[in-house]
Design a protein around this ligand. Sequence first.
Ligand code: SIN
Length: 303
Amino acid sequence: MANLKVKFLGKEFKNPIIPASGCFGFGYEFAELYDINILGSISCKGTTLAPRYGNPLPRIAECKAGLINSIGLQNPGVDKVISEELVKLAKVYKDQVIINVGGHSIMEYTETVKRFNGNDQVFGIELNISCPNVDGGGMAFGIDPATAYDLVSQVRRVCKKPLIVKLSPNVTDIVSMAKAVEAAGADAISLINTLVGMRINLRNGEPIISVKKGGYSGPGVFPVALRMVYEVSHNVSIPVIGMGGVTNAYEVLEMMYAGASLVMIGAQNLIDPYACKKIIEELPSVMQEYGIVNLEDIIGRTK
Ligand code: SIN
């Protein structure tokens, strides 16, 4: 009998599969398709202090093995997330969720994070220091270890929930970024966010995306994500959530061997809204194929 349970930061997750932020709305939208209570948890759409309308259209460009997005952190703002989105989600999802928090300044991050401190529906905060689609914020905090250290330590002071920091792959040394956020007090690391990319419209020679560049994700980034999860998890003492191009249960196992305790599924939800359900359902037979009884036993086993 395959055991899919994993412990992460003191909580038992029924399985490691979590839809990644930005690819699953606030979760309740998918409850019309299947019982989302099968999910290990949900990482909700990135939330900022004030509402954001996002970047001008077009903000999606298709690629051979994924897509480029430049959504620009569109969301209704933290107050509406708490009073409307999480209320709708509570009606259809009974477990705790992860709140992805974005921002343009340390004040914006700390104020947003504070609002979730007393909210029992929230398991933890995923601090997004890696969004490539906003000017003067997001990824600007996540490509220099000293800047990341400063932000994370100030958020740590006000955050009463487990603090997970989401890293950008757009750096030359991912391990130094991971060590900086660990030293600043992060409880866990999630990676990878998207790789900066672009496409050009051959009819006019102009970029397809209105703001020229965006974040590339999908199956094409899986080997890069796997390598970074491996490098980070073998060089820090805090747990790691792996994501980036995961499309099936086999790749979930690879992520876990590399060092991921939990695995987030992103772009695949946009290709197939049943992706997480299918992965959860196929995990037991894929584990059996490789003689794995307890999923937790393989975490970080790759030397
Ligand atoms: C976006 O809203 O632009 C995507 C979020 C992210 O890349 O972190």
